[in-house]
Write a protein that binds this ligand. Sequence first.
Ligand code: HEM
Ligand code: NAG
Ligand code: NAG
Ligand code: NAG
Length: 317
Amino acid sequence: MAFMPVALLCSLTILSFSSLSSSLSWNYYYKSCPQVESIVAQVVHDATSRDKTVPAALLRMHFHDCFIRGCDGSVLLESKGGKKAEKDGPPNRSLHAFYVIESAKRAVEAVCPGIVSCADILAFAARDSVVLSGGPRWDVPKGRKDGRTSRAIETTQLPSPAFNISQLQKSFSLRGLSMEDLVALSGGHTLGFSHCSSYQNRIHNFNSTHDVDPTLRRSFASSLKNICPVKNKAKNAGTTMDPSSTTFDNTYYKLILQRKTLFSSDQALLTTPKTKSLVYKFATSKKAFHTAFAKSMIKMSSINGGQEVRKDCRFVN
Ligand code: HEM
Ligand SMILES: *[C@@H]1O[C@H](CO)[C@@H](O)[C@H](O)[C@H]1NC(C)=O
Ligand SMILES: *[C@@H]1O[C@H](CO)[C@@H](O)[C@H](O)[C@H]1NC(C)=O
Ligand SMILES: CC(=O)N[C@H]1CO[C@H](CO)[C@@H](O)[C@@H]1O
């Protein structure tokens, strides 16, 4: 699998990014841009009232940003010349709503030019997205810098939906994240939508003995097959992550227990005693999920990277 060599090569760099996280602080913009969080919250709120898919998009965008080169806004950069940026790498189909971050940045620049990084704006926007969807609120550590590099090929460092538990554990631990972080953060899948291509492998030609992944509930697999036929499939076909896909509740964990989640990586959380007991805990208590999610988001969003404050989130200075 192409994932391994890249991941190994990059593991050292990723570890050194996470050790920089102590450079973040809670009151970073206290004097230089006290209004920044309310400005971003307003932009995210307005965008969400026009398009309900915005919160899921921004939450996932922040995750992708943090997992590649640390949370440094690398996901926001445009491809330049022949050099394709992360945005144009393979698992980019669900990344959208970049315009929301760009418009928040413009609004912030109008008040405090050159002060607030795009990476921080994305971290605020991800938090605001969760709050707007009925999830927990947390204080975002601040002071990230924007990076100057974004490479499409590096999106292969993102965990794949076909990953098993050991592959997921490895991907998270390379970034200083634990199994508890893995279970809590996977709860982001209570929001949003997935295209057929992300779970097609589970419902057609799964392996040489099973056409359909036997860990999927049969009735659920049939409905997925109707949405995603092998042939004549609509390019944008897919399904919501959970029936309450705009609400930040704990339905996702209940669905795992019912074998009705879309990805092998979701179902894999039942395959070790430790992760399984966390799935039970979060399925039983929305409060426990919310508390754990907030804590793990602070950890994930503290994986630091860049070196400048970009003027425009799409281009390096
Ligand atoms: C554990 C490893 C993870 C894997 C393998 C994974 C994989 C995926 C895949 C394949 C999709 C669907 C893409 C598509 O077909 O459109 C998706 C969507 C999504 N993911 Fe994850 N993900 C993981 C972790 C996370 C984390 C940590 C978060 C945030 C905390 C997150 C938040 C989301 C959201 C909100 C969506 C819906 C996006 C939208 O509707 O625009 N995921 N994920
Ligand atoms: C997970 O997948 C990897 C790579 O295919 C394999 O080496 C490993 O044994 C698998 N682990 C489990 C727990 O299935
Ligand atoms: C196919 O997958 C099922 C469920 O994971 C497993 O039990 C079976 O051994 C697999 N078959 C092959 C040939 O790998
Ligand atoms: C929206 C977008 O940028 N899509 C790109 C995703 O990546 C593929 C290549 O893997 C491009 O062909 C798409 O244009």
